[in-house]
Design a protein around this ligand. Structure first.
Ligand SMILES: Cc1cc2nc3c(=O)[nH]c(=O)nc-3n(C[C@H](O)[C@H](O)[C@H](O)COP(=O)(O)OP(=O)(O)OC[C@H]3O[C@@H](n4cnc5c(N)ncnc54)[C@H](O)[C@@H]3O)c2cc1C
Length: 405
């Protein structure tokens, strides 16, 4: 009997992982709406490509919070160590960074993606680009918009891995949510995750400092802390130190209309040491000179100190040190969703069975960021995208096996 045909739609990490697993057993065609595959993966590579995290599996899984029970079987079946081995087998040796994050030594995605696509080609996978999933037709068909016009395909099974709803120019525009909702699939509205926030700077501050990083700061929101760099944007803040707190900050803004982020500009020094250093600078120096001479504070940090609050910063060394250690920044909204590293929302857990098959559409499976889960940056996103791609592919094979002996 002929091999079953499978359409994998979405050539991001989830779709490619599914195709790799399916290819030895099925005739696989991967479709993507963009002219080339894996564009968001390539973008992730610009930040070094943090593919997973080296922490123990139990604490790793806790990063998915409410979705943890849902994702657990997929990640246990393809855990971080397996992902690392897989990358290494594609010729990309990995290392663990100081924060426990795992990166390929090449610190970019292009060699990994090249090797991955070559492997898929070797497995006989066909890639068709510029083909957009436009919805389902009758029970057996999938509608595509292609450069030659609309096309109906009739694969034996379909696996959708269409991504979330950010960085639309890289392909994942979330437009699939309409056709899936029309097909009776419960879809939770998208929300930005791992996103920046709006503060609403004064024009002079934004003009002078937009695009400038604040290095090695610490942030606090409630009982959550993070450390790292952040960037002043035209109207707020974004960056690696902000993202771990983003989901909680976003939820707080949804509840109360605002959230307060507490910034520590000198996390490696105690307040008393800061105050002592400030006190050593002569009193007639300007505030900027004092901060520069005593603490080598960057102009953006000094600007921020002046920008926040209704009154000028205190000159008293103890009070000023206190402010440097806990500068309250009021956030009024998440930044535009399209700039978010990832999105929450998507196909609801209730909409799929434990094989990642759509309950409303037997024979159609879903994987990756298009599912309604979220996690911080740190490698958790790629890990879950790839692990769910593989889990959905396993589910698809099991479903086919029940139908096609
Ligand atoms: C700047 C940036 C940096 C990142 N860095 C990291 C990192 O270091 N570590 C990490 O773990 N994660 C990182 N991520 C997140 C990670 O890239 C994503 O979570 C991951 O790519 C999701 O994989 P996916 O396959 O589910 O979706 P995607 O990678 O978004 O792929 C979905 C694919 O589906 C296609 N598609 C969408 N709609 C249609 C349609 N209607 N028809 C046909 N095709 C369609 C898209 O063109 C795309 O190719 C980063 C993201 C960004 C934006």
């Amino acid at each position: 009997m002929a091999e079953p045909t499978v359409a994998v739609i979405g050539a991001g990490p989830a779709g490619l992982a599914a195709a790799e697993l399916l290819a030895p057993r099925c005739r696989v065609t991967v479709y993507d709406r963009m002219p080339s595959p894996g564009r968001k993966l390539l973008m992730a590579g610009r930040g070094g490509l943090n593919i997973t995290h080296s922490e123990p599996l139990e604490s790793f899984l806790q990063q998915y919070e409410a979705a943890e029970p849902w994702l657990r079987p997929a990640i246990e079946a393809f855990p971080p160590a397996a992902l690392r081995d897989w990358a290494e087998a594609l010729g990309q040796p990995c290392f663990v960074g100081s924060s426990g994050r795992v990166f390929p030594r090449a610190m970019k995605a292009s060699p990994l993606l090249r090797a991955w696509l070559a492997r898929l080609d070797g497995l006989g996978v066909t890639l068709r680009t510029r083909c957009r999933f436009a919805g389902f037709d009758d029970a057996a068909a999938v509608r595509l918009d292609t450069p030659d016009g609309p096309e109906l395909i009739h694969p034996d099974a379909t696996l959708l891995a269409l991504g979330g709803a950010s960085w639309a120019r890289l392909g994942s525009d979330g437009a699939w949510s309409g056709p899936l909702a029309d097909a009776g699939v419960p879809v939770v509205p998208f929300r930005p995750a791992n996103c920046g926030f709006v503060v609403g700077w004064s024009a002079p501050f934004a003009e002078r400092h937009s695009g400038t990083p604040l290095k090695s700061v610490a942030l606090r929101s409630g009982d959550r802390m993070s450390r790292g760099d952040m960037i002043v944007t035209a109207d707020g803040l974004e960056g690696g130190a902000v993202y771990p707190l983003a989901a909680a900050l976003r939820d707080e803004i949804e509840r109360t209309g605002r959230a307060v982020l507490t910034l520590d500009l000198r996390p490696d020094m105690q307040a008393a040491e800061l105050a002592a250093r400030l006190a050593r600078v002569r009193g007639r120096e300007s505030l900027s000179n004092t901060l520069r001479k005593a603490l080598s504070l960057a102009p953006v940090a000094i600007g921020l100190l002046r920008e926040i609050g209704d009154t000028p910063p205190p000159r008293d060394p103890v009070a000023l040190a206190g402010l440097l250690k806990a500068l309250p920044i009021v956030l009024t909204a998440p930044a535009e969703m399209d700039r978010a590293i990832s999105t929450a929302g998507g196909v609801s857990m209730q909409g799929v069975d434990d094989r990642f098959m759509l309950r409303a559409r037997p024979g159609s499976f879903v994987a990756g960021e298009m599912l309604d889960w979220e996690a911080p940056t740190g490698g958790y996103l790629l890990q879950a995208a790839i692990a769910t791609g593989r889990a959905a592919a396993h589910g698809l094979l099991a479903w086919l096996a029940e139908r096609i002996p």
